[in-house]
Design a protein around this ligand. Structure first.
Ligand SMILES: [Zn+2]
Length: 260
């Protein structure tokens, strides 16, 4: 990439459409030789590996490099009085081809010690995003801290309404899952998928691995390569990384209908 072209593209407003691609092509030229096989299920930063990049509406660019797919949502920490406006703008971009999931969104009973009224607002914002995911038929990336009963209740609600309409609800993936094996079992039997990061419970990871259900790996907000997370998981499971690359690739499961 010619550096003069890069600087021109970055300063000229009409080049907004390709800004993301120019930055990434410059930073990661190797991506464009071929897609790297590992998939980072949840990250806040564009890196070399294929990923589901979590973006909020303020930081959403018109386009991204091909190996970056997006999840757009309103995080429960950021739910404010203006949440309805934010959710309306999420609705507007939810059908974009590079938006593969809605989220991260969900419920958090710990961060900022929310009082019951704030929890009600979190719940309303989450419900509105569930409706978007159903409308555009895309999976959800869920943030859940000490609100698993509420999460299960919302899932039951969704399943009941889908049943009435004779259709399947979209899959929900709980990201950064740190619960014990019993909780993983409970959530998975209710149809949830789990994604694990650096701080996961190793016993839970082992249990999920033996369950032969798909699971995912992520860097979340860490400035790590997802390769490190794959290697850490492979070490704990006593398997080869290549086995996890196959097993933990959401392009083969959740996103199999999307164009890569
Ligand atoms: Zn989260």
């Amino acid at each position: 990439m010619d550096l003069s072209k890069v600087s021109i593209s970055l300063v000229v407003a009409s080049c907004d459409v390709i800004r993301g691609e120019v930055v990434a092509t410059t930073l990661y030229p190797n991506n464009f030789i071929g897609e790297l096989p590992m998939f980072d299920f949840h990250t806040y930063y564009i890196k070399e590996e294929s990923c589901l990049l979590n973006v909020d509406m303020e930081n959403l660019l018109p386009s991204y490099p091909k190996h970056v797919k997006l999840s757009v949502g309103l995080h429960p920490w950021n739910v404010s009085e203006t949440w309805q406006e934010t959710v309306a703008s999420i609705r507007k971009v939810a059908s974009r081809d590079d938006v593969w999931a809605i989220g991260e969104c969900g419920l958090d009973k710990v961060h900022g010690e929310p009082h019951p009224l704030q929890m009600e607002v979190q719940m309303a914002a989450f419900r509105a995003q569930i409706a978007i995911a159903e409308e555009v038929q895309k999976p959800m990336v869920i943030h859940c801290v000490r609100a698993f009963d509420e999460l299960l209740m919302l899932r039951r609600e969704l399943e009941a309404s889908c049943k009435r309409e004779d259709r399947e609800p979209q899959p929900w993936v709980i990201h950064g899952f740190r619960g014990k094996p019993e909780q993983a079992k409970q959530m998975m039997t209710k149809g949830f998928f789990l994604s694990f990061g650096h701080h996961c419970n190793i016993e839970t990871l082992r249990w999920v691995f033996t369950s032969s259900r798909p699971f995912y790996l992520e860097t979340d907000d860490l400035h790590l390569s997802v390769r490190q997370i794959y290697e850490q998981a492979a070490h704990h499971l006593g398997v080869d990384v290549s086995r996890l690359v196959h097993l933990c690739d959401p392009r083969k499961t959740l996103f199999s209908h999307q164009n890569p």
